[in-house]
Design a protein around this ligand. Sequence first.
Ligand code: DHB
Length: 463
Amino acid sequence: MNKIVLFLVVLLCTMEIACTAVNENYDSLKFDSEDYSIDTLIMNNSDTIIYKAYKNIYYVTNVEDSNYQYLNIYVPENVKLRESILLRTYVGGYMATKAYDPSPNDATGRALKEGFVVCIPGSRGWNSVIESDGKKIYTGRAPAGILDLKAAVRYLRFNDMLIPGNSERIITDGTSAGGAMSSLLGSSGNSPIFKSFLKEMGAADVSDGVFASICYCPIVDLEHSDISYEWLYSVTNKTVRGLNKDQLKVSNELAAMFGDYLNSLNLVAPWGEKLNSRNYYEYLKGYIIESANRAMRQGVELPADIGLLVGNGKVLDVDMGKYLSYVAKSRPLKTPPAFDAIGVVDGNRPTPENLLFGDASGSFVNFTEYASMKRGNDLSSDIQAKVAMMNPMFHLLFPADRASHWYIRHGSRDRDTGFSVPINLATKLSNVGCSVNFSLAWNRGHEGDYDLDDLFAWIANLP
Ligand code: DHB
């Protein structure tokens, strides 16, 4: 990590110097409380929610991509003044997203019903593109997406007195790559790494720290995700997964790197035990057992043939070979490398992550040491810096205005990233002093905004 830190310091210094004169007039960011339409949302139980919709508001003064750099704000008729604001991002696949309207099927509708202000920002992503002088410019390569969301947070704070919610109680929410974005908002408040970028964009010059973060199946720690994935799933290589010889070799090489990586994290279990490559497997199994037990207590019937050892009405242990085969049969696994795939094994296509770290020309690139080495390339400091900026695990190594409260869920049969990824995020957050409500959600796949009663009870109990 030291090497990366050094790169970043150098990069930051260059950026500060290169930072061109910026527009310091933020008048255009002032919220117009009269510019709204009245709209309604019909909930699934037929309840009608009436709200004011403030739409298509640019959150930076230097808009580069007007398709995405704007937000919508929704204020329900029964708004609780000076209460939490739900900032829900619909980022998926690290792609660009519009600012959608609230939905009765996710946390946005529920938040309105509970009287919270809802903010839905659009943001750039790897596929956002504009044309300039007949040339295509990809506007959303890393770290653009997180910069946009930070600018949206700043917009809310900049207009705190004009918007009925309390910008000191912003709760971020997203799923998958959106869960990653939510975790970045929560872990990197006011990080100096983003400062000059935000200035150049014309984001309001106020704090971008948030109060709480909700992360469903966050696809984070991208530079270690291939290692984590193979360490976990290689037990299924010769059974369900059916890898070819090249893939098997890659899988074995990556899996072998996990122990050192895990040890480097210096994680501590909630009961104070230091985690290392010897006790970590049991730690991870504990989350699966706990998840199954919670389901059992709720009366869910657990399948007999997925490796759970049940006795005295409780799940006592899990046979991981069987359990992971069940996960892999539920949805085919990614092939190795699961994330930094391009160029490593013949036939691999660029992944969203290969595209995320490419540049404005639309390129796709390797972003791990392993894949770069396989292709005989050096991993540039520029790409390393972008990878670090997109990783909450990196931000947690430094002081920041972090969200104090976290709600993290990952489905018990979600195979989009290895279970160790959300587990390590939750563990590290709690090790640095955050309050974390984390579990593997039984029988959930790659999805989000479920168990809304549980989520909103958690929100209601925040201090
Ligand atoms: C998402 C899913 C993935 O498997 C991935 O690698 C990145 C993002 C998503 O659903 O957002």
